[in-house]
Design a protein around this ligand. Structure first.
Ligand code: KE4
Length: 420
């Protein structure tokens, strides 16, 4: 496979950006290859700088649930551009998008638009602390919630990929109030509440973990979090940056039937543009400035072009009610093919991960038992056969509405040729 142009570009990028990338997981370091430089994308395909074509299961790490460059989203963005790029002032699109989000996530009685998932989660945690006037938070080993200081503790995603579970550059004081529990282990949460109960502001969780690879919640786990937080007066924050609008139109909270106090959204909600959101009970969000004393702001928050993309994407999802049934069918077919090839697969809706370990993967410890070198071999085999999946064992494979039955069959056929 010729990747000469990507290699040339990578050499230039290495001189300009740390690791030649603007986000670590794109560096392909854990799969031991030169990162692809994508030239363009359409539907379920990406095309690299050397003209190689791939069926894409990265989907920009989740935003592209409709597929790349969806016509409805492109035309909405083009139309929006004619009115200007950014005003730094209110505009009616913000209202329309906030209303649409609240229709799908009724728990988000009041919300704020921001520019990234990191910003959404960071602000949600600050609102929880401001509302409860408590400092401690509980997160789970292997869950990733963006790169705000207090959450870079035993994180997933690029932290796991790069084996840097706790980032340097974060003073101990910033993480002293971050308590760690084990995903799918409610007793680890109960022990923390027994010790620190009245000082815990919130529990933040990926309702289906996807940043240590895909690890669905065990039976009763989310229910357990909901009841223990209510018992101690702490807030439950669902980080639905990946699961929002993916597991169902109402995300994981609709899919599992658990209502959090605050929700963070990202990725799909922006239609591929830099837009995210956080929101929850009115009494909580009324603590946020300028109403309350929890400060949060952003030059490009609610950016009109990004809002237009998000509105178009969510409207398209609403116009294709069968999309979630189709995603489930296609993802289940991929899962069957992966298991038939002897792979250890976790799946939650249209999120899948093949783990290179012989034990069931139910948490951070079991995920970390995976052989990342074997994963690298699997990644390279797929890439050489025109399938682009996550360049890290500790990420998810994303299926989109644009993945045709023909491409699902082609992917299944390629996977069936892989010898574990
Ligand atoms: P961003 O700041 O990257 O928009 O969102 C942070 C974030 C928050 N919460 C969850 C559950 C997330 O998965 C993410 C970001 N996800 C990673 C991939 N697992 C983004 C890819 C990257 O870091 O380049």
């Amino acid at each position: 496979m010729n990747t000469r142009r990507s290699e040339e570009l990578y050499a230039q990028a290495l001189d300009l950006m740390p690791g030649g990338v603007n986000s670590p997981v794109r560096a392909f370091r854990s799969v031991g290859r030169t990162p692809l430089f994508i030239d363009h994308a359409a539907g379920d395909r990406v095309f690299d700088a050397d003209g190689n074509e791939y069926i894409d299961y990265v989907c920009s790490w989740g935003p592209d649930i409709l597929g790349h460059a969806h016509p409805a989203v492109l035309s909405a963005v083009r139309k929006s551009l004619e009115s200007g790029l950014t005003f730094g002032a209110c505009h009616s699109g913000e209202i329309a998008l906030a209303q649409k989000i609240r229709e799908h996530f009724p728990s988000m009685e009041m919300l704020r638009l921001v520019s990234s998932g990191t910003e959404a989660v960071m602000s949600a945690v600050r609102a929880a602390r401001g509302f409860t006037r408590r400092d401690r938070i509980i997160k789970f080993e292997g869950c990733y919630h963006g790169h705000s200081d207090g959450l870079l503790v035993k994180g997933g995603s690029g932290l796991l990929t790069g084996a840097i579970p706790d980032s340097s550059g974060v003073p101990a004081g910033y993480t002293e109030t971050t308590l760690l529990a084990r995903y799918n282990d409610i007793s680890s949460v109960e022990r923390l509440f027994a010790k620190y109960g009245e000082s815990i502001a919130c529990v933040i969780v990926e309702p289906c973990a996807a940043n240590m690879g895909v690890v669905p919640p065990a039976e009763g786990f989310l229910e357990g979090l909901r009841s223990i937080t209510e018992k101690y007066g702490a807030l439950l924050i669902f980080d639905e940056v990946i699961t929002g609008f993916r597991l169902s139109p109402g995300g994981a909270q609709e899919y599992y039937g658990i209502t959090p106090d605050i929700t963070a959204l990202g990725k799909i909600v922006g239609g591929g543009m830099p837009l995210a959101a956080y929101g929850g009970k009115r009494e909580i969000m009324e603590c946020v400035a300028p109403l309350g004393s929890v400060y949060q702001a952003g030059t490009l928050s609610g950016n009109p072009v990004a809002v237009a993309a998000g509105l178009a994407a969510l409207t398209e999802l609403e116009n294709q009610p069968d999309i979630y049934i189709e995603l489930e069918r296609k993802s289940a077919e991929l899962e069957r093919a992966m298991k038939a090839a002897g792979l250890n697969v976790n799946r939650c809706g249209s999120l899948l991960t093949a783990f290179f370990t012989d034990i069931p993967v139910t948490d951070y410890q079991s995920a970390k038992s995976s052989d990342t070198q074997k994963y690298a071999g699997y990644f390279g085999y797929l890439l050489e056969n025109g399938i682009y999946t996550a360049p890290s064992q500790f990420e998810a494979m994303f299926v989109s509405a644009a993945h045709s039955d023909e491409d699902i069959k082609k992917t299944s056929s390629v996977i069936s040729g892989y010898c574990v």
